[in-house]
Design a binder for this molecule. Structure first.
Ligand SMILES: *Cc1c(COP(=O)(O)O)cnc(C)c1O
Length: 395
């Protein structure tokens, strides 16, 4: 098989060999729990290298391996391991690096469940200390490093307010201090951002977003060096057992074939929608790294090769009934959590925040009643803009 470095070509063919499955144009789903052997010596030999031999589907499975090869090649890593969800990938990657009584530096606006894992669960179980920073200035990282700092955990852009971290600078600093680094790269995907090439140790993704792209799977992946992934395979993956189902891996293989063209369309649509929203009098602010008015636009341009379709806006309105009316009025934007699928979605962080606190409390965290998250799907952008324009007219 010829090896192309163009994503479109590579994602179609890399890691697949038609000879191995009767020429089937789509590799089969190996839906089996175990693999059988001719004789004593062959199973004995397989156990010499259980990571690379098919023995039992909690270990290597051929369908899963094809997808892992594509993802690690795409990210510029050496190896990848798929997991049953993004959170399984994230908690396994963190457990791989964290030490009892250790210290983690992370961001104030980190993805909620990842924060709960580090800041509550690990804090209690392993006496982990955690420091939250904005992540916008390298000096914040430098000033908060302690003797027991074992991990810097990043998410750039973060999925709430889309703030960025300077990945090159942070990985350089971490290496000087022997601190491990993990980044949640779900927003940018391995196509638009290459953290491993910038020196980050492990890259994690929720494959439930753009990598899956069809809103029909929940899955995750960790990508990194041969050594780290082998260790994670043998420890966190094997022992917690968060293995992906072969069918779900197969669906990701299907999704990866169209990832580059889907992203190009998400990007085009999102840029058009962001520009429309930016110029609308009822929209106070647009949080989207692809527009020039975005606070960290220059850093984004330096370290990303493109932008995907998730953004947030602040409506110029404090009346909860009107804000509800705006959300309910939208026709093409379905109301729901998650993002990165073919369909456009709308969600208001206030829905969950209001259950726990008053608006003035979450205002202080940079989220207001009028904060609205939009996942821009693959519809024609004219329809999306029209839909938003109608809904905004009721404010
Ligand atoms: C959804 C999401 C996750 C978690 O992924 P799951 O597949 O839902 O477990 C992690 N990080 C980010 C940024 C996400 O949006």
């Amino acid at each position: 098989m010829r090896e192309s470095n163009y994503y479109e070509t590579m994602l179609l063919h890399y890691g697949e060999d038609k000879k191995d499955y009767e020429g089937a144009v789509v590799p089969p789903i190996y839906q089996n729990s175990l693999f059988t052997f001719e004789d004593w010596d062959s199973i004995d030999k397989a156990f010499d290298d259980p990571v690379n031999n098919c023995i039992y589907t909690r270990g290597k499975n051929p369908t899963v391996s094809i997808v892992e090869e594509k993802l690690s090649k795409l990210a510029g890593g050496e190896k990848a391991k798929l997991f049953t969800s993004g959170m399984a990938a994230i908690s396994s990657a963190i457990m791989h690096f964290v030490k009892p009584n250790g210290h983690i530096i992370t961001l104030k606006n980190i993805y909620g469940p990842a924060n709960n894992f580090m800041g509550s669960y690990l804090k209690e179980k392993m006496n982990i200390e955690i420091t939250y920073i904005s992540g916008k200035d390298i000096n914040e990282f430098r000033e908060n490093i302690k003797e027991n700092t074992c991990l810097i955990y990043l998410e750039s852009p973060s999925s709430v307010v889309f703030s960025l971290q300077d990945i090159n600078e942070i990985s350089k600093l971490a290496k000087e201090h022997n601190i491990k680094t993990i980044i949640d790269n779900t927003w940018a995907t391995p196509i638009y951002q290459k953290p491993l090439k910038m020196g980050i140790d492990l890259e994690v993704h929720s494959c439930s977003k753009y990598i899956g792209g069809h809103s029909d799977i929940v899955a995750g992946v960790v990508i990194g060096s041969k050594k780290d992934i082998k260790d994670i395979f043998e420890k966190e993956h094997a022992l917690y057992g968060g293995k992906i189902a072969p069918f779900e891996a197969w669906l990701i293989m299907r999704s990866l074939r169209t990832l580059p063209i889907r992203l190009a369309k998400h990007q085009e649509n999102a840029l058009q929608v962001a520009k429309f929203l930016e110029s609308h009098p009822k929209v106070k602010k647009v949080y989207y790294p692809g527009i020039k008015s975005f606070e960290q636009y220059e850093l984004g341009k330096k370290q990303m090769d493109g932008y995907t379709g998730l953004m947030a806006i602040d409506l110029d309105c404090k009346d909860l009934d009107k804000i509800k009316g705006f959300v309910n009025r939208l026709e093409y934007f379905y109301i729901g959590v998650s993002w990165g699928g073919f369909e456009s979605l709308v969600y208001a962080p206030a829905i969950s925040y209001l259950k726990e606190m008053t608006p003035d409390k979450f205002d202080a965290m940079g989220i207001s009643l009028g904060s609205i998250r939009l996942s821009i799907g693959l519809e024609n952008y004219n329809d999306l803009i029209c839909d938003l324009e109608k809904a905004l007219s009721i404010l």
